[in-house]
Structure formats: C-alpha cells, structure tokens
Ligand binder design. Structure first.
Ligand code: ADP
Ligand code: TRP
Length: 333
C-alpha cells in the first residue's frame, strides 16, 4: 500500500467537493503507518484571518474529519503547526525554489488577484505544502484537480533537491478521484465548488438536509430538458450527474439514461447527497462535546518521530552543520 498524505485548511466550511475530492478517497483506504492526515492551520494564515476563528475551526475541522471516517487507529492525524518540522523544512525547500516557479501557481494568481494586501505567505504556501508532503516520504497525495499543480511543484522540488544535494526525498504524485476531481458550484457551474466563493452553490457537509435539498433544487441547469452527460454544452446538468455518480457509484452516463427531466434528476441528487451526509452529521453531533486535543497531541508526537530524522537529513544534505556533531548545541534527536 503506497504511503498517502493529505491536509485540509481550516478556513471556510468543508463541502462536498472536499469530501469526494480528497476526504473520501483517503478515508476509504487507511493503513496504519502509511496514511497521514493533517489540519493545515498554517495555510489558513495566508489570507486575511481572525485568530480566534482559525483556532475554533481547527478543532471543528478535526471533529468533522473524524466524523467523515478518519480513524486515528489507522491514520496518523495531527495539526500541522504542532509539528515544527513543517516550517523548518519549508525554509530549506524555499532555498531550492525559483521565484518564477512560485509565481506561476494558478491559485496564487487567482487568489492574489482578489485581495489588495497580498501576503507573501500566499506566494510561498505551495512550498509549505511541499514540506508537508516530503517530510513523510509520501508517495500519493489524494487531492482535487485544483491542487494538482501544487503537488507537481512538490515533485519538482523533491527531484531537484535529490539531484543537487543527494537522495533525501521520496518523489510524490497526485491522485485524483475518477469522477469527482472537480465538482462545480451549483449556482455557477463554470466555477469549482469552493469553501469561500458562493454559499448558495456549495453543499456544505454540515448543511441541514432541507438546506441541501433546497440548494440542489435551485441548481442552475441548462436550456432544454433532456438529461444527457455533456460537460461542455450542459455543465450544470453534467455537474449534478457527477455528484450523483460520486454518491452512488453509478457512472454519470449511465445515470443520465434513467431520468426523464431535470426535476426528477434533482430530486435523486438531493436524496443521494442527504443519504451520504446524514450519517456524517450524526457522528459529528455525537462528537460535539469531544475534545480532540489529546488525540491530536499524540498524532503530533508520532508525526515528529517521522519528520525529525527527515529534516535532519535535509539539513545535512543542504550544508548545515549537524547539531549532533556540534559540542554544546541542544541535541534535538
Ligand atoms: P477550497 O478550494 O474549497 O477552499 P481547499 O483548497 O481547502 O478547498 O481543498 C481541500 C481539498 O479538497 C483539496 O484536496 C482540494 O483539491 C479538494 N477540493 C476542493 N474543492 C474541490 C472541488 N470542487 N471538487 C473536488 N475536490 C475539491
Ligand atoms: N493546500 C491545500 C489546500 O489549500 C491543503 C494542503 C496543505 C495539502 N498541505 C497539504 C493538501 C499537503 C495535500 C497535501 O487545500
């Protein structure tokens, strides 16, 4: 079983795109010692943020990921900022990254175009993401299509670092789910469903069933009324079929043949989404009073046991004096 790692940034609310793009593929195959899940709180600091909200959401995300099936007995589950090796390796990898290479990232271009006071960390966040991935000898990174370019950067950095300084890192690759790598916004099917863009178009994992149903019934469809899977000519309908397919396992093309009209399709999509999310919402409610800090603390300790030797190898390879060999210097094992 390949070693797999993914992370979720505690900004906005988790939605069905996050679930089918990355959560479900990870949760489906958790193998002790080989599956790593992080709440990437440091990434939440790249856009204007409220400190108290980041803290609250970090805990909420942890609970919701547990409710979605992250199993601490089979996955290493931790908060990114509890493992200082992530930021330590981030700097070393920055020293192996070109400015032009970072500036080319599509997410940076899109997100920096939206705000006025763009933080430098928005530019460098894919390098922190590369550190998240490379610290643990990750082979596969389950992500949605939008994160593929970032995983490719991690790949390029691993290859370059190994070539320039010696074989330290495993070269990772992105794995996208077969049908739901890019679920679209229900109100604006040209855009991807996203945590922050449109509340009417995103099916949030914690939206009550009646809200989910209302959003699906109001989803933008296309002119005409035949249900066919044609993402170019009928993106709204194709998106509903994709969601149905992700929920039920039937292909979008096969699903299309079973509906006479849009109303019928939408009712089936709403039923299918509710059937997937209701058990998650129930487990989340059960966990409402649970304090995940102890669990996350032991996750961080386990993560450091893997991450520390990797950072030490990267430090030595890039030219830093090893503290173990330097008398009088704090011996961080
Ligand atoms: P968002 O863009 O909504 O803020 P993130 O960038 O935090 O979400 O994404 C968390 C994970 O969910 C990433 O692996 C990302 O690729 C995946 N993801 C996000 N949106 C979608 C979507 N609409 N369809 C499929 N996967 C998605
Ligand atoms: N950058 C991702 C996002 O914004 C989250 C993330 C951080 C991540 N570190 C990662 C995803 C490592 C996969 C692997 O959603």
């Amino acid at each position: 079983m390949p070693r797999r790692l993914t992370a979720f940034t505690p900004s906005g609310d988790l939605h069905l795109g996050n679930y089918f793009g990355a959560i479900e593929p990870l949760v489906r195959a958790q193998v002790p010692g080989e599956t790593f899940v992080f709440v990437s709180d440091l990434h939440a600091l790249t856009l204007p943020h409220d400190p108290a909200e980041v803290r609250t959401r970090t805990t909420e995300f942890a609970r919701l990921l547990l409710a979605c099936g992250v199993d601490p007995a089979r996955s290493l589950f931790a908060v990114q900022s509890h493992v200082p090796e992530h930021t330590e390796l981030h700097y070393l990898l920055e020293c192996a990254t070109g400015f032009g290479e970072a500036r080319r990232m599509i997410q940076f271009k899109e997100k920096s175009a939206r705000g006025q006071r763009v933080r430098l960390s928005l530019l460098t966040y894919p390098i922190l993401m590369a550190a998240d991935i490379l610290l643990y000898d990750t082979e596969e990174v389950p992500v949605g299509e939008d994160q593929r370019q970032h995983v490719e950067l991690a790949r390029d950095l691993a290859v370059r670092f190994n070539a320039d300084y010696g074989p330290v890192f495993t070269v990772p690759r992105a794995v996208n789910p077969p049908v739901a790598a890019r679920i679209k916004d229900l109100a604006t099917p040209a855009a991807k469903m996203s945590k922050s863009v449109s509340p009417a178009g995103a099916l949030r994992l914690l939206d009550p069933p009646d809200v989910l149903r209302r959003k699906v019934m109001r989803a933008t469809t296309d002119t005409g009324d035949a249900v066919t899977h044609d993402p170019v000519a009928r993106p709204g309908v194709a998106n509903l079929l994709t969601i149905l397919s992700a929920c039920t396992g039937v292909t979008p093309e096969a699903a299309a043949e079973t509906f006479g009209g849009y109303g019928e399709l939408k009712r089936a999509v709403a039923d299918a989404v509710i059937a997937v999310l209701e058990p998650i919402q129930r487990r989340y409610a059960e966990l409402a009073a649970a304090d995940p800090s102890e669990l996350l603390g032991s996750g961080a300790a386990a993560a450091r046991r893997v991450a520390r030797p990797k950072v030490r190898a990267a430090r030595a390879a890039i030219g830093l004096l090893d503290y173990a060999e330097t008398p009088g210097i704090c011996p961080i094992a």
